[in-house]
Design a protein around this ligand. Sequence first.
Ligand code: SF4
Length: 459
Amino acid sequence: MTVRDVSGIPQEANKVGTGKKAAIITFGCQMNEHDSEVIAALLESMNYCHTPSPEEADLIVINTCAVRQKPEDKVSSLLGKYQELKKEKPDLMIAVTGCMTQQEELAAYIRDRFHHVDLILGTHALPRLPSLIAMITEHKGRIVDIEEDYPDREGLPISHSSSFKAWLPVIYGCNNYCSYCVVPYVRGRERSRSLRDILNEASDLGAKGFIEVTLLGQNVNSYGQDLAENVDFPDLLMALNDKSGLKRIRFMTSHPKDLSDRLIEAVKNGDQICEHFHLPVQSGSNRILEKMNRSYTREKYMELINKIRASIPGVAITSDLIVGFPGEEESDFLDTLSLVEEARFDNAFSFLYSPRKNTAAAMLSDQLSAMVKNDRLKRLNEIQHRISKEMNHNLLNKVVEVLVDGPSKSDPAFQTGRTRTNKLVHLSADVDLSGKVIAVRITEAKTWNLHGELAEGIK
Ligand code: SF4
């Protein structure tokens, strides 16, 4: 029988890291960042100390992303590099986890190609990380655990990377099966957390002085549909708004096919709920949207964002776009350009279509060349960058509320933070304002960010 200590860690695991250092490398989305915060806390409870430098580490954990080919290639080259490191440090343990390893073929590829990898762990098996590391430490050998058994994640420790902002998953997995997407295959079916568990965690964060949470889900709109209790996402949002004590509540990602009027009302009426929707459209062509299995038309999508803008003044809308989907004709691409002109997103993240193993779109015959894809990405970004700058210009001389994150990574003379509409603001101040909610007058508008100065009244 496995004896567990207070944090649910097997007793045989909680001393394994004594005198050792661990480095965590994270690829991908906010859900992966959150998983890495859980990994960090699990390793802390095993007595590992964290190091940002893999060269110094006794254990390296790589948390992978499989949403496109690029992050997968980066993992392969890292593993190549660590093969040399392991020759110098034979006791170095290397673990690979995340969305790449949850796929049997890719887990086997890593197992057979990189013999210096000790542990291959899927996204679902995360709670077993401590006992697996303990087993390898004691018995040596290699372990592959990509079981799809969804062990309970409630109560796992978390080491938040900020003392005032936190990721807060509300639903795991996705049932949508968009034809280009690997997520349902690596994150599984939709599983909502209970309202009570989410409220408890949020209130606990509020009590600890956290200011902002971002609710995470591949499609938060589906929240509650798999629960016995009669609750949905707008209910959850309003409960957090009224009871958590948090000042800012964000959420991502909403699927346009089932974003309800009640959700728009909740964002409009909830004082703590930030006025920003991240609403991936992916394409402006109905023919391509159908091939993507997105379940909405461009007309329905435009209707939705017009409704949001009519209901919530000053709301920000951002999106995701894919160019070069199999079979995308020039006319389809022009539909995407005209939608971007019409929608006027505050910002949009545009990606080259990247075939993912086992997805329906990867099996389509009419894959486009890299040249066509890159040309379309360039043309799309030119338009969106112009619009982003114009949208930022609307805030010139306005006073906005900013939560300061801390010194700017690019220029420490400045501090950066985000508005409620998630716009990045740089400002100069001679005191550290990290974690403060301040009023800023916008003095300059650029494509990706705004510059400002302190305005009356620090809250
Ligand atoms: S909604 Fe579609 S794109 Fe988003 S995670 Fe689910 S399958 Fe992937």
